[in-house]
Ligand binder design. Structure first.
Ligand SMILES: [Zn+2]
Length: 115
């Protein structure tokens, strides 16, 4: 299995069928964020943790009214984009883990070639 880079984690918040990301209590300038500003639907806004213990400690302090999930950031070797969803297996070698978007694209390419 290919392994890329340092492991980084984010806190995901399960919201209906979507996942939001925990941004943190403060912004980059140290300004305290409103409760509704502490979550974002974009991974790029998410607060990143390279230490799972630190992440778990913060998780303990978050309101218990929401459902959280620890997500690992992975980088797709095909499109180089970051993702946290469950990876797809590349059809090219059947072992490289790629992002779900590239997985769908590969499947579509195979389908179109067979037309
Ligand atoms: Zn990709």
């Amino acid at each position: 299995m290919s392994y890329i880079g340092i492991c980084e984690y984010v806190i995901g918040i399960i919201h209906d069928k979507d996942i939001w990301y925990y941004v943190g209590e403060k912004d980059a300038n140290g300004k305290r964020l409103r409760t509704d500003e502490r979550y974002s639907s974009f991974l790029v806004d998410a607060r990143r943790y390279d230490d799972l213990d630190v992440l778990r400690w913060e998780l303990e302090r978050l309101p218990k009214t929401l459902t959280y999930k620890i997500l690992e950031i992975q980088r797709c070797p095909k499109c180089k984009k970051e993702f946290t969803e469950y990876p797809a297996l590349s059809r090219e070698d059947n072992e490289t883990e790629i992002c779900p978007e590239c997985g769908v694209k590969e499947a579509m390419d195979v389908y179109l070639k067979n037309q």
